[in-house]
Design a protein around this ligand. Structure first.
Ligand code: GLN
Length: 277
């Protein structure tokens, strides 16, 4: 079954067919990969074969692995994910590292995660002890359901709001830290995305509004500089790798002290912008 599964995924263009075949078959058998390797000679039940086949067919249609297994890891913690929420990317962990640096330098009260999706940023910030009061906000109710489940399963006290983040910030009490991984993919490049992303992940979480990759950076900077941040407060926004120079100038034009932080691959990834004290 293992070799057949691998060959099937390979034919369907899945990138790591051997690993993914193992992960899907072990998920069907209810064990981890190590136990799968240990029980290779044991008989399997017909129902287990059916489950494995079902998972492999879904993966062959390029449904993301994380949607099939129902979980993904972020900052070494397990998060529930599924159709309707963006799967966390490793580079997004940089926002947490930067928030941690900030909380070492000064104490943080109110913290907001704008466009929280499955809640990875908001929940991880709580788990890492950053901020006194954490708020996660998203316009997408389906994604927020995952955030709610993740906050419960990781025992994180996060207040979740179902609302447009920009409208909310325009009327809310100011924050000491705002983090955001907004949609920044240019809809013009949709055909260049992998089918897992293009056909399965929520468009609302991926594609920049009005076809403008800088939309969220511009709006968040304007709000942060005028009212959404306390003086001295920090805004951290994830960027597409070609957005750095434009994001930096948008933040500076808004009056923020700003820099661009590269990810582990050396690509521009996060806008770090402080409201002057
Ligand atoms: N980094 C994600 C991707 O490239 C997009 C996430 C986002 O738009 N915030 O698929």
């Amino acid at each position: 079954m293992r070799a057949m599964a691998q060959a099937f995924l390979d034919r369907r263009g899945v990138e790591n067919p051997r690993l993914e075949a193992d992960l899907l078959v072990s998920h069907a058998l209810g064990c981890d990969r190590l136990h799968l390797l240990m029980r290779l000679e044991s008989p399997v039940l017909g129902s287990e074969v059916d489950r494995a086949r079902d998972f492999l067919v879904r993966r062959g249609r390029r449904e993301p692995l994380a949607y099939i297994t129902g979980h993904s890891e972020f900052y070494s913690r397990p998060f529930l994910v599924g159709p309707g929420c963006l799967i966390p990317r490793p580079e997004t962990e940089l926002l947490i590292d930067l928030a941690k640096d900030e909380s070492k330098a000064r104490s943080l009260g109110r913290v907001c995660d704008v466009g929280t999706g499955s809640g990875v940023l908001a929940v991880t910030l709580v788990c890492e002890g950053i901020g006194d009061k954490l708020l996660g906000i998203d316009l997408d109710g389906a994604a927020l359901e995952y955030a709610c489940r993740n906050a419960k399963s990781l025992d994180a006290a996060v207040e979740l709001l179902h609302q447009d983040g920009l409208e909310f910030l325009a009327g809310a009490e100011p924050f000491d830290l705002i983090v955001s991984n907004p949609p920044y993919v240019d809809p013009a490049v949709v055909e260049e995305l992998e089918p897992e992303v293009r056909e399965h992940e929520p468009a609302l979480a991926l594609f920049a509004p009005q076809g403008d990759p800088d939309y969220w950076v511009r709006e968040l900077c304007a709000l942060a500089a005028s009212r959404a941040l306390n003086p001295g407060g920090l805004l951290l926004v994830e960027l597409g790798c070609d957005q750095g120079p434009r994001a930096l100038s948008l933040a500076q034009v808004a009056g923020l002290e700003a820099r661009i932080v590269p990810d582990l691959a050396g690509l521009d990834r996060v806008l770090w912008a402080r409201r002057r004290a």
